[in-house]
Design a protein around this ligand. Structure first.
Ligand code: PLP
Length: 422
């Protein structure tokens, strides 16, 4: 099959021709790019073109693609049988590795990040006996009803549904506040001192490009909800095991943590971690119901274990070094092209914004020149570099990226920036 024949078949099978919206490439004015294979830092499309990949599966592919230790572990697990609906040895092993790396006392494995955040909120509501949840504008926590919510008409008002099909009665239980605005959070708790079950936040927001958290905001985030009896949920689905072996360390006072992506080694996963007093609220120990046919599936556990075994402290040093090389190269290219663009990087996560200064919040991120980004995306792709198909998705560097790939990326970017910002 060719790129075109796959697209045509998909168009008749799937809404919008894809199984997840950003894969449509609509925000960069293109068609879906069918990927047939990955190897190390590269992916290959159905026409045989090779790209240096910074999509990284939107986060999980920290080792690069098709790392033999991981594919072997999956094959071995599969050979033992895949679906028992029973406790097994690999989930115990993976949980012990995660507990040792994160300090999280108890865990539950689920099948996606969406399930993890949805269930974390259910636990928080049960623990507090309260209904309201606070999230931040621009943070993404998956597609459950209560989290597909946008800001209402004023700061410190309850939210409005951000998707057709989400009842206002559900959206109205979630408040959406501006990120990096400690005063807004304080105002919220002044107005709702005893109704808020939880505040949920990405440890480093990475779903509108990367937003750098202000230290003062992080301080208020960790003090004010707690002072009012609300729980803090740190969404580490991107940042967990991405920035360090374990949690990012950005929100050490969080009550509950959600994980996903990397801990499944490229297979579907989510996890919730926290103290026994909160995780013990989950069935069958406690009254909060959550279950899953595929939860802690042996192949997923095997992929996660093989991946985390390779993520040594030296691996993170290497990721830092390679990603810094990319950051420096992109900054130089931007300066030379005199492009109105900026770069933000944390470890192996990076954003290139078509905006002279990195944004502090979603309102500023939205000011980025998405048309220039679309031109840049196309120009990079024409030069064999695949960056995420949206200004608002984060680039991921993997352990398989080496200096030659980074140098080739920077060369491509130097030309692509001139095309994007003529
Ligand atoms: N939380 C964050 C921070 C995410 O980036 C994502 C997905 O990108 C999710 C939650 C949802 O995870 P999933 O797509 O596995 O449901």
């Amino acid at each position: 099959m060719t790129n075109q024949s796959i697209r045509e078949a998909a168009a008749g099978l799937f809404p919008g021709g894809v199984n997840s919206p950003v894969r449509s490439y609509r925000s960069v004015g293109g068609d879906p790019l069918p990927i047939v294979r990955g190897a190390g830092p590269y992916v290959f499309d159905a026409d045989g073109a090779r790209y240096i990949d910074y999509v990284g599966g939107f986060g999980p592919a920290i080792l690069g693609h098709a790392r033999p230790e991981v594919t072997r572990a999956i094959a071995e697990a599969a050979a033992d049988g895949l679906a028992f609906g029973a406790l097994g040895p690999r989930e115990v092993e993976l949980a012990a590795v995660i507990r040792d790396a994160t300090g999280l006392e108890r865990l539950r494995f689920l099948n996606s990040g969406t399930e993890a955040t949805m269930t974390a909120i259910r636990i928080a509501r049960a623990a507090t006996g309260r209904d309201l949840v606070v999230k931040f504008d621009g943070c993404y926590h998956g597609h459950s009803d209560g989290l597909l919510v946008r800001a209402g008409s004023g700061v410190a008002t309850l939210g409005m549904s951000d998707s057709a099909g989400v009842p206002q009665a559900v959206a109205g239980l979630t408040a959406v506040l501006p990120y990096n605005d400690p005063a807004a959070l304080i105002r919220w708790f002044d107005a709702h001192p005893a109704d808020t079950a939880a505040v949920i936040v990405e440890s480093i927001p990475a779903n509108v490009g990367i937003l750098a958290p202000d230290p003062e905001f992080l301080q208020v985030l960790q003090a004010v909800p707690r002072a009012h009896g609300a729980l803090l949920i740190a969404d580490e689905i991107i940042t967990g095991f991405r920035l360090a072996r374990g949690l990012s360390g950005v929100l050490p006072a969080a009550d509950l943590v959600t994980l996903g992506k990397i801990i499944g080694g490229g297979l579907p996963i989510g996890a919730i971690g926290g103290p026994a007093r909160l995780l013990g609220l989950l069935a069958p120990e406690g009254p909060v119901y959550q279950a899953g046919t595929f939860s802690a599936n042996p192949a997923v556990m095997a992929a996660g274990l093989a991946t985390l075994q390779l993520l040594t402290p030296a691996a993170y040093q290497r990721l830092e070094q390679v990603a810094r090389h990319l950051e420096n190269g992109l900054r130089t290219a931007i300066r030379r092209a005199e492009a109105p663009a900026s770069v933000v990087r944390y470890g192996s996560m990076l954003s290139l914004f078509f905006r002279p200064e990195p944004p502090r919040d979603y309102a500023q991120a939205r000011e980025a020149d998405t048309a220039a980004f679309a031109r840049f995306h196309r120009a990079m792709r024409a030069r064999g570099v695949l960056i995420p198909p949206s200004q608002f998705e984060t680039w991921f560097v993997s352990l398989a990226h080496n200096e030659p790939e980074i140098d080739a990326t920077v060369c491509a970017a130097a030309e692509a920036l001139r095309e994007a910002c003529p």
